[in-house]
Design a protein around this ligand. Structure first.
Ligand code: UT7
Length: 338
């Protein structure tokens, strides 16, 4: 229950996105490493991704995405009560990227980064929802922002991971839904994690276990680049995503055919086709953008939301299911009415 015994509800009132200008095609990657357009398209569906140009930061991308989300929500960024930045590619070791975003808006509103990798956006949605329905805040910004490209091994050794990832930011504003005649709201967010598989997709670099955290040996061993057991990640993703989607739909009291749009995390087009098949979701209800942007981790789902808005798919009343899986392992699903 919310303030005064009234049940509080939170809704998504604005979406925004920002992709770097620089396009990197599979052909461009062929010059850097032993790979091929054919392999990348066949295994992942990716045709190109965006990578930042020198000097472009996660906060730069986040600012543009966030300003658009605020504008569409009809508020000034100064009116936000809290800023959450899910990211796995923080601008600096500390403080988090959220502080460099908050700086752009001025003021003293609280901000924090959330580390749940590719499920970071769904985790953040859950926190934003809780902050709003508890009555603590009225307007919370969630902005997934990632610059992966500067942390990828662009030699043949790193090709399994490097070809998959892109840079970008996507943002939403979560607001208290005060109009009782408008049923828009976040109906459920269901989250899971399984730390036993933390090292199936991870970066060992900078560990608190290393003397001085960074050292030449670690660099020689290339510990600063992501490592992934791709097959293990794939198998878990295609099992966990339909599972958690069903849980969330159940918790929201919504039947699958009632959902207008399914937006999945963009790790691999084959994963998403698998999930849609397993859950018997018709292809026309699923939107993907991995072909153009690659995997933007915590930014992928909010970028999809922003594109769905642009395409007129988020009209009032539309029911949308968001589902993600990522490193940790972490996974989650949400049901949202617009
Ligand atoms: O948000 C979560 C993030 N990550 C994921 O969800 C990733 C999940 N996993 C996957 O998407 C897939 O496992 C990959 C796309 C990463 C790889 O596809 P795969 O069908 O599982 O291939 P594989 O790892 O079994 O590798 C097959 C072959 C290997 O060569 P050999 O040993 O058969 O000779 C690799 O060395 O493909 C080779 N290979 C490549 N070849 C060309 C690996 N990466 C590349 C590459 N270009 N980029």
């Amino acid at each position: 229950m919310g303030i005064g015994g009234r049940r509080m509800r939170a809704r998504i009132s604005g979406t925004g996105m920002c992709l770097p200008e620089r396009r990197v095609t599979n052909k461009d990657l062929e010059v850097m490493m032993e790979t091929s357009d054919e392999w990348i398209v066949q295994r992942s569906g990716i045709r190109e991704r965006r990578w930042v140009s020198e000097g472009e930061t996660p906060a730069d991308l986040a600012e543009v995405a966030s300003r658009t989300a605020c504008e569409r929500a009809g508020i000034d960024p100064e009116e936000l009560d809290c800023i959450i930045v899910p990211t796995l590619s923080s601008q600096y070791e500390f403080p988090g990227t959220s502080f460099f975003l908050q700086e752009r808006f001025g003021g003293t509103v609280p901000c924090f980064d959330l580390r749940a990798q590719c499920t970071g956006f769904i985790y953040s949605l859950s926190i934003a929802n809780a902050l709003v329905i508890s009555g603590q805040y009225q307007r919370v910004l969630v902005c997934g922002a990632e610059v992966h490209s500067t942390g990828l091994d662009k030699s043949t050794e790193g090709r399994d991971v490097t070809v998959l990832f892109g840079d970008g930011a996507g943002a939403i504003v979560v607001e208290a839904a005060e109009d009782d005649s408008n049923p828009a709201g976040i109906l459920d967010v269901t989250l899971h994690a399984q730390g036993k598989y933390a090292k199936k997709l991870w970066v060992p670099w900078g560990s608190a276990l290393f003397p001085e955290r960074l050292n030449a040996d670690a660099l020689d061993e290339r510990l600063h680049f992501p490592r992934m057991d791709g097959r293990h990640v794939f198998k878990n993703a295609v099992t966990r995503m339909p599972e958690v989607m069903a849980e969330s739909l159940d918790a929201a009291g919504v039947k699958k055919p009632d959902i207008d749009l399914f937006l999945f995390h963009q790790a691999n087009l084959r994963i998403n086709e698998f999930v849609a098949n397993a859950a018997e979701i018709p292809a026309e209800k699923v939107r993907n953008n991995i072909q153009r942007y690659g995997n933007c981790s915590a930014a992928s789902i909010p970028i999809l939301l922003s594109e769905a808005h642009d395409e007129g798919l988020l009209e009032p009343g539309k029911l949308v299911c968001l589902t993600g899986f990522g490193s940790g392992f972490s996974w989650g699903s949400a049901v949202v009415r617009f």
